[in-house]
Design a protein around this ligand. Structure first.
Ligand code: MOS
Length: 723
C-alpha cells in the first residue's frame, strides 16, 4: 500500500490552482442568470427594455428571444435540461433570462430590472401530500426493475411471509431534499475562435461536457474543446453540464466575444439539481434467532416535473441482506421543485438510513446484538441474482471494527457521563463496484519520463495522483517520472468521476495502454538496425533487456532518434459481469452524546472499516472515506433543504442550509481490510468515493436510540426530536 501526498496539493494550498471562473480572457463579457419567482405557471411576458438600456449591458436573452440550445442526451445521465427554451416554469428559481454586460456587477444590477409577468398556477411541493400522484419508477441504472418480488417456494405473498414471522418490525422513514453544496459554485468561461469553442468549466468529465455542448449547440464534437480544470467539489452535482456552461457557450457564439457565467451560491440551490426527498416504508420479519424471513421496502421520492432523476432507495434492500422473501417497490412523485439528480451514493445513502435503522429496530425487538444480527443475515449476492459477490469481507470489517471501537462496552440502554447520555450505533455500508469504458494514452519520452492522459476529472478525489501511482506501476518506474494529465476533452474519453468508478476504470485502461506502449517499444528495440536488432527482448524495471544488455526506455528512444512513442489502451466492463456481482462493503460505528436537558446531540467518535478491494493511495483513500463519513453525520444531524408550499426554498443558502463545522466532527478513524478484487478489474481496486456516506446516518440514529431510547425515523435529527 502506498501513501503519497497529492501531487496537485501545492497548487491548491497556495492558491495557484485555477478553477473554471478563474480564467479571464481579453474582451471577456460577464453573464448573470435571472431566475423565476414562481414555481408553476407560464411566462406571459417579459419586459427587458430597462435591462437592455442599463449601463454596460450587451445582450438580454429570454424564452421570447432565446439562445438556441438543443437538449443533449447521454446514456447514463439521460436528457439534460437546457435553459430559456420554453415559457413554462416548473420550479421556483428556474433560470428564465440571461443578462450579459461588460462587468459582473453591471450584469447583476441589470438583471434586477428584468420584469417577468407570469400566469401562475398552484404549486405542488410536498412529497407526503402528493403520494396519490406517485408513478412507478423506471428500471434502475443496473437494468433491474424498480418493483421486484422474490418469494420462497410455497410462499404466496410477501404479506404471508411477514405475517408468519415470529418477530416483525415496521417503520416509516423519511429523508429530506439535499444539495451538493460544493465549495465551487457552477461556472464557465467560453470563447470561440477558428478552432471552434473552448469552455473552461469544472465538471465530472471533460469528454462528457464536450458531448453535451456539441449536442446543445448543434456542432461537431471535434469543434468543442472543454477544459475541466481544478474542480471544487462535484458529488454528482457536476455530472451534467451546467446552466452557466450552456449559456456562456451560446452567448459567446452569438456575441463573438468570450463570456463568463457563474451562479451565485443561492442560485446553486435552484439552478442546478438536488438529491430528492424520500419516504420509505420497511417491514422486516425474522425468526427468534434473528434469521430474516421477509423484507419489504416501499419507497417514494420527489422529482421535478420532467422526472430527471429517481432516488432508488429500495435497491438498498436488494443487496445488504439475505432473505428468502423480498418485495421492493420504487415510486416517483413529480413536483414543482428544482431538478433532481445524482448525489453521493444516490439511493444507497437515504435507502440505508431506512434499512439500517430498521435492522437496529429488529435487533432491539429480538434483544440481540445489532452486529450479530447483521452477520447472521449477510448477503451472498443481490436478491434475485444467481451471481455471488466476487469478494466480501464484511464479517472481518465488523470483527475488526468492534475491537477497535470498544463495542463490547456498549450496553443495550447506553451509558451516562454526568448530564450526557452516551450511546453507540452501527450500520452496514454497501456500494456497488462499477466501472465505465475508458481509454487512456501513455507516452514514453526520450528523457525517461512518461505522460498518462485521460479526459476525466479530479474533483478533489485524488484521481490525478492515482494515475501517477498506477502509471508508475504499469511502466515499472518511479512515480516521479510520471506526469498524469486529466481534464481536457483532447485526451482520450473516460475517467469520469462519478459512481465511484474512476480508479477502477482509469487504472484498467492504464494497464492496457502500458502493455500496448511497451509492446511497441520492444518491437522497435528489436527491429533491423535498432540497438537490440534480431534479439529477444523483455522489459523490466523501466528497461529494455536483451542479449545481456539493457537500456532505459529513454535511452532506447534516443538511440532510435525518437522523441516519444505513444499508445492508447481501453478497458471496460465485460465478461466478468456474467460471473460475479461486485460491491464494496463497510462496517460503520458511531458514538453519540445527547445532553439530557437540552437535547443537543454530538457525535463523539466514529469508525469505518471498509472492504473496497485494493487501496491504491492510503492517504487519499482515508480522506475520501473520512469525508463521506462526515457527510453522513451532516445528513443525520444537520442537512435538509426546506421547500415551502409556494416552491421557495426556506434555507437555500449556506447560512440556512446547515453543514457540520470542525467543532461538530471528532476524530474519524478509517481502516481498510485489503483484498484486491482482480475478478473485477486488473488493478483490484473497487470504488471508495461514495461508500463512506452510506451507513453513517443510520449509525448516528442508532447511537441516538442507544443513548436516549428515542427512535427518530427521519433526518436530520434535531433537538426537538430529543426533548
Ligand atoms: Mo457521484 S453521485 O457522481 O458523487
Amino acid at each position: 500500500m502506498t501513501t503519497t501526498t497529492r501531487i496537485d496539493a501545492p497548487l491548491k494550498v497556495t492558491g495557484r490552482a485555477r478553477y473554471g471562473s478563474d480564467h479571464n480572457l481579453p474582451g471577456m463579457l460577464h453573464g448573470y442568470v435571472v431566475t423565476s419567482t414562481i414555481a408553476n405557471g407560464e411566462i406571459v411576458a417579459m419586459d427587458v427594455a430597462a435591462a437592455q438600456a442599463a449601463p454596460g449591458v450587451v445582450a438580454v436573452w429570454s424564452p421570447f428571444d432565446p439562445l438556441t440550445l438543443r437538449t443533449p442526451s447521454t446514456p447514463i445521465l439521460g436528457d439534460t435540461w437546457v435553459p430559456l427554451q420554453d415559457r413554462s416554469v416548473t420550479h421556483h428559481g428556474q433560470p428564465v433570462a440571461f443578462v450579459v454586460a461588460e462587468t459582473y456587477e453591471q450584469a447583476r444590477d441589470a438583471s434586477a430590472l428584468v420584469e417577468v409577468t407570469y400566469d401562475e398556477r398552484p404549486a405542488r411541493t410536498s412529497l407526503a401530500d402528493n403520494l396519490d400522484l406517485a408513478e412507478e419508477a423506471p428500471p434502475g441504472l443496473d437494468g433491474e426493475p424498480s418493483t421486484q418480488v422474490v418469494l420462497a417456494d410455497g410462499v404466496e405473498s410477501i404479506d404471508d411471509a411477514l405475517a408468519g414471522s415470529p418477530v416483525v418490525v415496521e417503520g416509516r422513514y423519511s429523508t429530506p431534499t439535499q444539495n451538493h453544496a460544493a465549495m465551487e459554485p457552477h461556472s464557465a468561461v467560453a470563447h470561440w475562435d477558428a478552432d471552434g469553442l473552448t469552455v473552461y468549466s469544472g465538471n465530472q468529465g471533460a469528454f462528457v461536457q464536450q458531448a453535451d455542448l456539441a449536442a446543445a449547440l448543434d456542432v461537431d464534437p471535434s469543434a468543442v474543446h472543454t477544459v475541466n480544470p481544478f474542480v471544487g467539489g462535484a458529488f454528482g452535482g457536476k455530472g451534467r453540464t451546467s446552466v452557466p456552461a450552456f449559456l456562456a457557450a451560446a452567448a459567446s457564439r452569438a456575441l463573438g466575444r468570450p463570456v463568463k457565467a457563474a451562479l451565485s451560491r443561492e442560485q446553486v440551490f435552484t439552478a442546478t439539481a438536488n438529491r430528492p426527498e424520500t419516504l420509505q416504508e420497511i417491514t422486516l420479519g425474522a425468526d427468534r434467532d434473528g434469521t430474516l424471513i421477509g423484507v419489504r421496502h416501499d419507497s417514494w421520492c420527489s422529482a421535478d416535473t420532467d422526472r430527471s432523476f429517481v432516488e432508488p432507495t429500495s435497491a438498498a434492500s436488494r443487496v445488504a441482506y439475505r432473505t428468502p422473501n423480498l418485495a421492493v417497490s420504487q415510486k416517483v412523485v413529480p413536483l414543482h421543485i428544482p431538478r433532481t439528480t445524482f448525489m453521493r451514493a444516490p439511493g444507497e445513502a437515504p435507502g440505508s438510513f431506512a434499512l439500517e435503522s430498521a435492522m437496529d429496530e429488529l435487533a432491539v425487538a429480538l434483544d440481540m446484538d445489532p452486529i450479530e444480527l447483521r452477520l447472521r443475515n449477510g448477503s451472498l449476492g443481490p436478491a434475485g441474482s444467481d451471481l455471488q459477490w466476487s469478494s466480501k469481507y464484511l464479517d472481518d470489517c465488523y470483527r475488526i471494527g468492534a475491537e477497535r471501537f470498544g463495542w463490547s462496552r456498549r450496553t443495550p440502554t447506553g451509558t451516562r457521563d454526568g448530564d450526557w447520555l452516551v450511546g453507540m450505533g452501527t450500520a452496514t455500508a454497501v456500494f456497488p463496484a462499477l466501472r465505465f469504458p475508458t481509454t487512456t494514452e501513455i507516452t514514453l519520452r526520450a528523457d525517461d519520463t512518461a505522460l498518462v492522459s485521460v479526459g476525466g476529472s479530479d474533483p478533489g478525489t485524488g484521481l490525478l495522483t492515482v494515475m501517477a501511482l498506477l502509471g508508475a506501476e504499469a511502466l515499472d518506474v518511479g512515480t516521479e517520472r510520471i506526469t498524469p494529465r486529466l481534464g481536457l476533452s483532447a485526451y482520450p474519453p473516460g475517467g469520469m468521476s462519478g459512481g465511484s468508478t474512476a480508479t477502477a476504470s482509469v487504472g484498467s485502461a492504464i494497464v492496457a495502454a502500458a502493455s500496448a506502449v511497451l509492446e511497441e517499444l520492444q518491437s522497435l528495440a528489436s527491429a533491423p538496425g535498432a540497438p537490440f536488432a534480431g534479439q529477444d527482448v523483455t522489459y523490466a524495471d523501466g528497461r529494455v533487456l536483451g542479449g545481456g544488455r539493457s537500456m532505459t526506455f529513454g535511452e532506447l528512444l534516443s538511440a532510435l532518434g525518437r522523441d516519444a512513442i505513444s499508445a492508447v489502451g481501453s478497458s471496460g466492463p465485460g465478461e466478468e459481469l456474467t460471473k460475479h456481482s461486485f460491491s464494496s462493503f463497510g462496517a460503520q460505528f458511531c458514538e453519540v452524546r445527547v445532553h439530557r436537558w437540552t437535547g443537543e446531540a454530538r457525535v463523539s467518535r466514529m469508525l469505518g472499516v471498509f472492504d473496497a478491494g485494493r487501496i491504491v493511495n492510503d492517504q487519499a483513500a482515508r480522506s475520501q472515506l473520512r469525508g463521506g463519513m462526515i457527510w453522513g453525520v451532516s445528513a443525520a444531524l444537520h442537512e435538509g433543504l426546506e421547500i415551502e408550499g409556494d416552491g421557495r426554498l426556506a434555507n437555500g443558502d449556506l447560512a440556512g442550509y446547515l453543514l457540520p463545522v470542525n467543532a461538530d466532527i471528532p476524530e474519524v478513524d478509517v481502516h481498510f481490510v485489503q483484498h484486491p478484487d482482480t475478478l473485477h478489474n486488473p488493478v483490484g481496486a473497487r470504488g471508495i468515493g461514495e461508500i463512506g456516506v452510506v451507513g453513517m446516518a443510520a449509525a448516528v440514529a442508532n447511537a441516538v436510540y442507544n443513548a436516549t431510547g428515542v427512535r427518530v425515523r427521519h433526518t436530520p435529527i434535531t433537538i426537538e426530536d430529543l426533548l
